[in-house]
Write a protein that binds this ligand. Sequence first.
Ligand SMILES: Cc1ncc(COP(=O)(O)O)c(C=O)c1O
Length: 421
Amino acid sequence: MSSSRTISSGRARIGWSDKVILSQRARQWAGSGTMAMTAKAAQERAKGRNVISLTVGEPDWDTSDSAKKAACDAIWAGMTKYQPSLGQLELRQAITERTNQELNLKTYAAENVAVSAGAKFALYGVLQAICDPGDVVVVPRPAWGSYGAMIEMAQAHPRYVVTSAQSRFLITPEALRASLQGGVKAILLNSPNNPTGTFFLREEWMSLASVLREFPNVLIICDDVYNRLVFDASGLAPHLLHIAPDLRARTILINAASKSLAMTGWRVGWAIGEPELIQALGRLQSQSVTCLPGFTQVAVMEAMREDHGVLKKRMRDEMLPSCERMRNGLAAMPGLGVLAPQGALFLWVDISKYLGRTHQGALIASSMDFAMRLLEDQAVAVIPGSEFGQDDHVRITYSVPEPVAQDAVSRIQKFLSGFQG
Ligand SMILES: Cc1ncc(COP(=O)(O)O)c(C=O)c1O
């Protein structure tokens, strides 16, 4: 689609279309179905409808007061100027302590950490830093849609591996071995996973580690943003480096304050890896975004000082019951299949029995049709599975207040009763 607009250049006004102005690459940048859903939800709200949004990937509690106060104090103390491109040293040290503790390692130091604008820019930077044009990066699916887009922005190719319900939508050792043939640059693993909320157990990591050892040139990127959002009593998802510390040098860790510290809007994330990679990220950041604000980094340091027990308790006492309530409500509806997540914020709902049927006269051929129709009919917004590479599912955020969840479940039930055929 090309749009026509005008820009002013000196006195002349030049007519142009995006064909003329945008690079070949920019014309191919993928937008997201999430954006389409958000725009449609905003349209419905503008009509005065009470839209329930089950689309967001963030905790439904606020950033802690002490973190907010630390940011305000830092601003008033004059922390309003440029900062180091790789992040404040104190924060980089705090991240290494946290990571060493999580992984039961002693090996990371500040030189292994690049602080970035969220996990997203950390990952974007890593892919820019490691990929040459045409490189292949393996991505098991379903997966967060930004992975593929970011790999393509790095002029590399995603090699998607489809997973199934039998393995809780996690890649199996056999599929891993097959996917790594033929000169793969890296594999991207997200455990706990968005959108399924499932994670690899210790013994599953063990089998994957054996396969990864067969491919010594493959880099391993672990996106750990949900690692503390688990229902398990330990409060931490098992990790590849718990099982296989020998793979550390070629493993790149991505994490953020966004999910586990309820700080999605503060835009603080990080990449952890070998110093050469971190220096490259420093150059990329210094020549692009320059740095992150200092006061957000101070706030994250303060949030990290808080007791992890609070989150563990919240996951067990609030999130798990919310998840179970919504899961049971949905699973009781005819034709919906709902996977039991082990953490994260979502339910991964199989809608295949509704595809190819009509809803009040409209053919529902895809997860996007299903999501759009649900929004039009009952004002409930969910994310189509096509966003994650599986068109027979939708992703539903369960982390909403209880009355909202109840209302959503009854609206979805009404919506399903409108199917024919
Ligand atoms: C799997 C995964 N990784 C990374 C991110 C991005 O996190 P951040 O907000 O820190 O950029 C998200 C956000 O939804 C995510 O789901």
